[in-house]
Design a protein around this ligand. Structure first.
Ligand code: NAP
Length: 646
């Protein structure tokens, strides 16, 4: 492209490489050209229809391209346009959950005051714990409300798991167009699936741009937090480079993440091993695998993502697989994002919005895939028609990618249903297994020896480095930080005395007032819905609604009622029973979604995601107890406002 005005050929390339459903609706949105509404969705277009759409878009862009945003259409029209993207009708529940994903509003999914902002009690402050995707969203939400906050982040930079994970080839495995904030969109990603360092840089940029960075205390590790019942605030003990520090906050919103503390296995004989053991979440800067013999343990999203890169460096790789995974491809994974695509997103008003919606809308369709269809099974099916079709496709994929090597096919094919675990995205994993310098080892690790690993069948494999891609301590939520609520109750002791970590809508726990968790127990949406960054915004807005309510009412405490917590959790357990995750067909025993100690779904929200979205958006105030122990708050609800925030 030369100068500011792209050539017609450049525009054509941009349109031809674009999401044609988004092109069609963005063009219709701009022009109202009725013939566009007559076209089917891209998958159903014939060549002539596709050519017509492309020609129309190129012609319009040649005249009109330029930066700009479209206003959100009236809701009925918005719904019609959304239906045009998918080529189907949606129900009210679905529309409610989806419509803000189109991102026409400056701050979608964000809570606001119901009337004028009230005066805040002097020194009122929210402590946000963690500065990853969730913490930054929460900061922005609080900023929109004008509520003072400080973030305490244990690392030296923002990014959360994107700061932690620095293993070879780390990158997102959901398309970057869906993995950016709705309030900070249209990032010029280098690849369709952005690499780790770029995601980290994006988060740092957003944090700075929105003033979150300035309110973040880096290298501040929350060790202990105690609720002071007399004053209705949290006393927070932090470890910092300058020693211990104590701060106070009226509220805590924990954004400390699900993937924060690595699961580091211990093996017999580990201290004898003379090589190096590295967890993927603790990747050392100085680790050079060139010419080394490497064992990799773990083939979840991380292990699968890194294998090819490690195999290209190392002399020999032994890939230890404990449980096979369904590993599936993604369109445009690993491909650079063309400058034309970035240009289009920035110069075709509405295109980014409809692209984002188009890329996300299919994520809503996954719930049924995880439900067992007994009638289908009675007819000889395995799970349900769609799940079985996915299995058939993936079996073909495995065959193709392994070059038909039956020895590998037998070992890597799971005996449980696809979609019952977190989908693992292929980064050339199967192909890496076919390399001369890679061996797939399915015997378990018996012990480590000075020179390497002894497997259960007595073989000794000599290695220089063992890479453990063994995941995170997901079931321990917030651990090792300790939280002490009312009556001196310790959060983890409370959970341990029952059946593990639970919460009300994943966020609140009785006797822990003014405390919200984002990405808490049973909150990971099972069917992705609007993609993870949006869920963080939804959860942050749920917590913000609690803040708004107590501040508008001049109250100082908000807490979930025990009966609401119990009811929610028993409904959740019932719902979970319908899912393949909890069945033998779904490989229940070794799934980090499931807490096998207590035999229950632990990580996921089992709900149909639009319904879950409603649960997290529309606060059931009757489930919550709002009260007042802090006279300063009470004064503000009355006539005297002299204590108000300066
Ligand atoms: P993971 O899914 O929990 O996988 C851990 C792997 O380690 C499994 O293969 C597990 O085997 C194995 N393992 C655990 N303990 C072991 C032991 N003692 N001996 C041998 N093998 C052991 O962890 P992850 O791969 O780090 O992924 C965690 C999550 O991070 C993902 O689900 C995803 O949500 C996220 N992630 C995302 C991306 C991305 O691109 N966006 C990349 C990486 C991770 P079993 O299956 O037998 O338990």
């Amino acid at each position: 492209m030369s100068g500011d005005k792209p050539s017609p050929a450049y525009i054509r390339r941009a349109v031809e490489g674009a999401d044609l459903n988004a092109v069609r609706v963005a063009l219709y949105h701009n022009t109202g050209d009725a013939s566009l509404a007559e076209l089917p969705t891209a998958a159903k277009m014939d060549d002539a229809q596709r050519a017509l759409l492309i020609d129309k878009a190129v012609a319009w862009l040649s005249e009109n391209a330029g930066p700009g945003e479209l206003p959100e259409p009236p809701l009925a029209e918005l719904r019609r346009l959304m239906n045009m993207v998918t080529g189907g009708e949606m129900g009210d529940l679905e529309f409610e959950a989806r419509h803000q994903i189109t991102g026409f509003r400056p701050h979608p999914f964000t809570a606001s005051w119901t009337a004028e902002k009230p005066a805040l009690p002097k020194g009122f402050k929210v402590a946000v714990i963690g500065s990853g995707f969730a913490g930054i969203t929460t900061g922005v939400q609080l900023d929109v409300l004008g509520i003072p906050y400080e973030i305490y982040e244990r690392r030296a930079e923002p990014g959360g798991v994107w700061s932690i994970n620095r293993y070879p080839d780390v990158r997102v495995d959901t398309a970057s167009i869906t993995y950016e904030y709705l309030f900070e969109r249209g990032h010029a990603w280098s690849e369709y699936f952005g690499r780790g360092p770029e995601v980290r840089a994006y988060l740092a940029e957003v944090s700075k741009k929105h003033g979150v960075w300035d309110k973040t205390h880096f290298n501040h590790d929350l060790k202990h937090a105690t609720f002071d019942e007399a004053r209705d605030l949290w006393v927070i003990e932090l470890e910092t480079p300058d020693g211990p520090k104590v701060v106070e906050a009226n509220f805590i919103i924990s954004c400390s993440g699900l993937f924060a503390t690595p699961h580091i296995p211990r093996f017999e004989g580990q201290d004898e091993f003379r090589g190096r053991i590295v967890h993927t979440a603790r990747w050392p800067d100085d680790l050079d695998l060139k010419g080394k013999r490497v064992a990799t343990l773990g083939n979840g999203s991380t292990g699968v993502q890194m294998l090819g890169a490690i195999a290209r460096e190392a002399a020999q790789v032994y890939c230890f697989q404990r449980t096979p995974q369904w590993v599936s491809p993604r369109d445009k994974y690993g491909e650079p994002m063309e400058p034309e695509t970035i240009w289009l997103a920035r110069n075709f008003p509405g295109y980014w919005n409809w692209w984002r919606y188009s890329a996300t809308s299919n994520l809503f369709e996954t719930h049924q895939i995880m439900l067992i269809d007994r009638e289908w099974q009675a007819k000889g099916g395995l799970i349900n028609p769609v799940n079985d079709a996915i299995r058939a496709d993936l079996l073909e994929y495995i065959k193709r990618e392994t070059g038909g090597r039956q020895d590998l096919i037998d070992k890597v094919t799971p005996d449980y249903a696809p979609m019952s675990r977190r989908p693992v995205v292929d980064n050339g994993w199967y192909r890496a297994l076919t390399r001369d310098n890679v061996e797939l080892v399915t015997e378990g690790v018996e012990r480590l020896t000075p020179k390497g690993i002894r497997t259960a069948d007595g073989r000794e494999i000599e290695v220089d480095v063992i890479v453990t891609a063994t995941g995170f301590e997901v079931a321990k939520y917030l651990w090792p930080a300790r939280y002490v609520g009312r009556d001196g109750d310790d959060l983890h002791d409370t959970w341990d005395a029952a059946d593990g970590a639970r919460a009300y809508i994943g966020m609140m726990v009785p006797k822990f007032p003014n405390f919200y968790m984002l990405y808490g127990p049973n909150s990971q949406p099972l069917s992705g819905g609007p993609a993870q960054p949006v869920w963080f915004a939804i959860w942050a807005s749920y917590a913000a609604q609690g803040l708004v309510r107590i501040l508008e009412q001049g109250k100082s405490r908000i807490e979930v009622k025990p009966e609401a917590y119990e009811r929610y959790n028993s409904e959740l357990d019932e719902e979970a029973k319908k899912l393949i995750q909890m069945t033998k067909e779904g490989g229940v025993e070794k799934n980090y979604y499931v807490n096998n100690e207590y035999g229950r779904l632990q990580v996921n929200a089992p709900w149909y995601s639009p319904f879950y979205s409603r649960l997290c958006s529309q606060v059931e105030w009757d489930d919550l107890e709002i009260s007042n122990n802090n006279m300063e708050f009470a004064a503000l609800s009355g006539e005297s406002k002299e204590n108000a925030e300066s």
